[in-house]
Design a protein around this ligand. Structure first.
Ligand code: SF4
Ligand code: SF4
Length: 421
């Protein structure tokens, strides 16, 4: 990560102000029928998002966000020693663990840095070789779909769904770390199918948020996603079809996951899956391999979030809204033209920078996040999901709080607990 990000100060000018292109009228009616399932309402003034407006890229070019502290925070993601404090959860062992999680991602990133690409972070992951020249014959799309899903689980996906390419969720431009401004968007737009894969993040370490210890789930999630999506793409290429592996670099992952039937949208701005809650990362593989599509699912998250405020009450910088969904633009990192619950990305990111590592208190405390290793808790969770989707939502919330779910595990207890297992 030698030249990422640059240390040169940047001023916001008309020249490097990101452009916004691509409106709702460009993209037709194809997906509107599924919108009611997305948990947000797409308005007529909808605009596709420019990656340059993402809070992490703004941390590099936007003088309103970028500072020495922010640049140090980026460096601290990759270099041990930065941010180490005496306080529990922020000591050398915690940062050592957190930074090691990024190892495989760093290898992928280093590959194309000289070509102004940050694969697996800001750009899709370039293939290692061209697809096999001979297309394998497919007798049954249904059987092919089942085999692909099976392969995804074999490569380590926690869950998988398939949906159609939807241009609304793709960026208009990508971000160049070389020029610190926008560059042409790179992914081909003629791959009709999107395989969406989930990676479950470790439940126990997430309980230590806020801490550097818990940060290992982010880097480790990225690394797992990079390796897994690349393996799935290679498997498809070996059958003679085109496939592109993407992580958080190419499109809005949450709407794609919702359309692929992997969960609903929550107040915390995250995907809520019935099994893992918000404790997941989301990868995608774009392909022309013929595949069947899944349908969005509903299990009452939107209605439950209307009575629950655990994430908004617990968010340290109050970045999560406690009111109804709305289309007000909070800052430049918002997507325009969608009525939904929107997290204030500037407040959230500033909190991350101030504490020297990521935060995930909203993942930790969400009632949909339960310990997967406990048979008893999983039995309770099955019953709780039914209660949360029923008219007795307040009882479900009361039960969850009074049974002691959520709350922080002390990082020192995490280390001791792990060693005991
Ligand atoms: S990650 Fe932390 S700061 Fe950001 S929205 Fe969640 S609780 Fe708030
Ligand atoms: S904590 Fe409550 S309000 Fe927030 S996303 Fe989870 S269920 Fe919804």
């Amino acid at each position: 990560m030698s030249n990422y990000p640059s240390n040169e100060p940047v001023r916001l000018t008309l020249e490097n102000q990101p452009s916004s292109e691509g409106s709702y009228s460009d993209i037709g009616e194809a997906h509107r029928e599924d919108d009611e399932f997305c948990g947000f309402e797409i308005l007529d003034n909808f605009e596709r998002f420019n990656q340059t407006n993402d809070i992490y890229t703004r941390g590099q070019w936007d003088s309103r966000i970028r500072s020495e502290k922010v640049l140090n925070w980026f460096k601290g993601m990759f270099r041990p020693g930065i941010g180490v404090k005496k306080s529990e959860g922020y000591q050398a062992r915690d940062f050592a663990l957190k930074n090691a999680g990024w190892m495989a991602t760093n290898l992928i990133i280093e590959r194309n840095l000289k070509s102004d690409r940050v694969d697996g972070f800001l750009d899709y992951i370039q293939e290692f070789g061209p697809p096999h020249t001979e297309k394998m014959e497919i007798e049954s799309v249904e059987q092919m779909t089942a085999e692909v899903k099976h392969a995804c689980l074999t490569f380590g996906a926690s869950d998988v769904g398939i949906t159609a390419y939807d241009p609304r969720w793709h960026y208009t431009k990508n971000f160049s770390t070389k020029t610190l401004s926008e560059k042409e968007y790179g992914i081909p737009e003629d791959l009709p199918n999107v395989i969406v894969v989930l990676t479950e993040m470790d439940h126990d370490v997430i309980r230590t948020y806020p801490s550097a210890t818990a940060g290992v789930t982010v880097g480790n999630g990225y690394s797992h996603d990079c390796a897994m999506t690349l393996s799935i793409a290679t498997y498809i290429q070996n059958m003679g079809y085109r496939a592109i592996a993407t992580v958080n670099d190419t499109s809005q992952c949450i709407p794609y996951a919702i359309q692929a039937g992997l969960g609903e949208y929550g107040r915390s701005g995250m995907l809520i899956n019935p099994k893992f809650g918000p404790r997941m990362r989301i990868g995608r593989i774009h392909t022309d391999l013929p595949l069947e599509h899944d349908k969005p699912v509903r299990f009452g998250v939107r209605e439950f979030c209307e009575v629950c405020r655990r994430c908004s009450d617990g968010c340290p910088p109050s970045a999560i809204p406690d009111g109804p969904p709305q289309d007000e633009i909070i800052n430049q990192s918002n997507i325009v033209g969608i009525k939904k619950w929107t997290v204030d990305a500037e407040k959230c990111f500033q909190f991350w920078v101030n504490q020297g590592t990521e935060c995930g208190v909203c993942i930790r405390d969400c009632p949909y996040n339960k310990d997967p290793a406990s048979w008893l808790i999983q039995k309770y969770h099955q019953m709780w999901l039914k209660l949360a989707a029923s008219p007795f939502k307040k009882l479900a919330l009361w039960l969850d709080i009074n049974l002691g779910f959520g709350g922080r595990l002390r990082p020192n207890d995490y280390w001791a607990h792990k060693l005991k297992k």
